[in-house]
Each structure stands twice: as structure tokens, then as C-alpha cells.
Design a protein around this ligand. Structure first.
Ligand SMILES: NCc1[nH]cc(CCC(=O)O)c1CC(=O)O
Length: 316
């Protein structure tokens, strides 16, 4: 294979947040290791997205009002299409289920911890939260799941990077918050979590903990380089989860949870949809072979949709 050193450096596009950068560096390290490259073969290019607009995000407005689908990805995909970057590193949780024409997303890194972390300076676990405690989260899914399990809790909007959120907890704005374990681990900040919440208690967002790498369909060189770092088991799990999401027509900001794991020779997908106020949850599961992952995901989604009362999605 032609090494990038013989050519222009491979341009890796990413958002500029500490987590996004950690993911881009992980991708670069894996590419370097797989292909015996040196650092100068890959250049990290930071791209600002609507989701990074501090004026928009600092305001404690629900994310769905700000932009919804593609909030963290639109400008990066535009840069990819324009040729300003060669590959783009994404948190799969934030990726819309369909990519624009000309782009492909078929490279996944091995998945991190899928669970949500319980973060609180004062309280040891979710179960220990006192009656009526204030919890900060801007995730519609986490808010709905918490409201369902603990109707006594008071939910407040909580946004910003990990440091900002920890400061808010120290200042007493809320007693606890929830973050993806994957993000904390990738930042080397797993110690911030009082513990990981088991998925039986809080089913994660579709694709939580997974990194995907997008490229132009026409760029054979990127395709070849990425093939060597692709993790097939992660792809099988995400195929089921994202088909589930696609059929529900959801995005990162709709109260939908879904998780596929390998079990024996096949996979096991659990999914749930919730009313935003947590007053109702509809759950289901499927067991299937990897080759049937996409069909199983959409099939489970159709089952949940068929069980939802007529007004279940009215708020959207
Ligand atoms: N929506 C923001 C977002 N997108 C991906 C992650 C975490 C990392 C991951 O799930 O891979 C986060 C933050 C969080 O939920 O705490």
C-alpha cells in the first residue's frame, strides 16, 4: 500500500472539544500503529460546528430547540465533501442515521464502556439520592429514564464540558449528573464517576461509546487506511442499534434507548422508547444472527411503535 508519507498528509477532521480531540488522537494512533506511520502523516484539523457555538449552547435551552439532528456533524461533513479533510472522526451517538450522498461511514473503533456514569460530589449512587434531589441533565433520554424511575427527583438543564458541569455540582446547582462512561474514560477522567449505572437500570443511547470514521466514497486511499483499524463486532452492534433508531426516526435528542450486545453466536438487542416526562416506557428485545442485525433492529422498532398509544410522539 502507498504510505501517506509518500503523499500529502491525511487530514483528520474533528470538533475541537477535549473529548473530540481525544477521539481524533486515538484514531491517529491506531492508523499509525496499523500502517507503521509517523505523526506527520496525519494532520488533525479542527472544525467548528453549530453544537460548538458557545452563545447557543451556554444558554440553558433544550438541545432540540437549538438544532437537533446533525448539530455536531453538519459542518464536518461539508468539509469532507469539499475536500478540506480526508476523514472525519465522530461520536456515533451524535451521528444522524443517514449520511449525505458521496460519504460513507463504515469504520468503527472498538467500543468503549456503553454505560452512563453517576457523577456527584456528595452522593454515592443513584439509589442514595435523597427524595426530591436536584439532578442536572440536558439529555432527553436520561431525563425521561430518571423521571420514570425516580418521579421525586427535580430535573434541571445541564450543559457544557465536563469541567463546567463539575463546577456546577460544586456550586450546588444540582446534587448529581450523568455522563457517558466512554467520554470520561477517553478523557482519562473515569475517576470522576462515583460508579457506572448498569444498563438494566438505565439503557444507554443508541451507539453510546462508539467512534465512527467517515470518508468520501471516492477516496480509495482513506478507505484502505481505515479498513485496517475497523472493528467488525462494533459494526454488528451498531447496525442493529442504528436500524432500530432509523425506523423510529429518532435522533440523539429523542427519548430512545437501544443497546445490542453479542451473546453466544448471535446478538441481543434491547430497546425502549419513553414519554419525555417518564410517565410511560415501552420496551422490547430481539435475539438474532449478525447477518440479520439491520432487519432485527427495524423489526423491534416497529414492534414498539405498534404498542405506542396514538399520542405517544405528540410532543415532537
Ligand atoms: N451528546 C454528547 C455526547 N456525545 C458522545 C458523548 C460521550 C461519548 C460516547 O458516548 O461515545 C457525549 C457526552 C455524554 O453523553 O456524556
Amino acid at each position: 500500500m502507498t504510505k501517506p508519507s509518500a503523499q500529502k498528509p491525511l487530514k483528520i477532521g474533528t470538533r475541537g472539544s477535549p473529548l473530540a480531540l481525544a477521539q481524533a488522537f486515538e484514531t491517529r494512533s491506531r492508523l499509525m500503529e496499523a500502517h507503521g506511520l509517523t505523526e506527520d502523516c496525519c494532520e488533525i484539523v479542527i472544525i467548528k460546528t453549530t453544537g460548538d457555538d458557545r452563545a447557543l449552547i451556554a444558554a440553558d435551552r433544550p438541545l432540540k430547540e437549538i438544532g437537533g439532528k446533525g448539530l455536531f456533524t453538519k459542518e464536518i461533513e461539508e468539509a469532507l465533501l469539499a475536500g478540506a479533510i480526508d476523514i472525519a472522526v465522530h461520536s456515533m451517538k451524535d451521528m444522524p442515521v443517514e449520511q449525505p450522498a458521496g460519504l460513507v461511514l463504515d469504520c468503527y473503533l472498538p467500543r468503549e464502556d456503553v454505560r452512563d456514569a453517576f457523577v456527584s460530589p456528595k452522593v454515592a449512587s443513584l439509589a442514595d439520592l435523597p427524595d426530591g434531589a436536584v439532578v442536572g441533565s440536558s439529555s432527553l433520554r436520561r431525563r425521561a429514564q430518571l423521571a420514570n424511575r425516580r418521579p421525586d427527583l427535580k430535573l434541571v438543564e445541564f450543559r457544557g464540558n465536563v469541567q463546567t458541569r463539575l463546577k456546577k455540582l460544586e456550586d450546588g446547582v444540582a446534587t448529581a449528573t450523568f455522563l457517558a462512561m466512554a467520554g470520561l474514560n477517553r478523557l482519562g477522567m473515569g475517576y470522576v464517576a462515583k460508579g457506572a449505572i448498569e444498563v438494566e437500570e438505565m439503557l444507554p443511547a443508541v451507539a453510546q461509546g462508539a467512534i465512527g470514521i467517515e470518508r468520501r466514497e471516492s477516496c480509495a486511499r482513506a478507505g484502505e487506511l481505515l479498513a485496517a483499524i475497523h472493528d467488525a463486532p462494533t459494526a454488528e452492534r451498531l447496525t442493529a442499534e442504528r436500524a432500530f433508531l432509523a425506523t423510529l426516526d429518532g435522533s440523539c435528542e429523542t427519548p430512545i434507548a437501544g443497546l445490542a450486545v453479542h451473546e453466544g453466536a448471535g446478538l441481543w438487542l434491547r430497546g425502549e422508547i419513553l414519554r419525555p416526562d417518564g410517565s410511560e416506557v415501552i420496551r422490547g428485545e430481539r435475539r438474532f444472527a449478525a447477518a440479520d442485525a439491520a432487519e432485527a433492529g427495524s423489526d423491534l422498532a416497529r414492534e414498539l411503535l405498534s404498542q405506542a398509544p396514538a399520542d405517544f410522539f405528540d410532543w415532537r
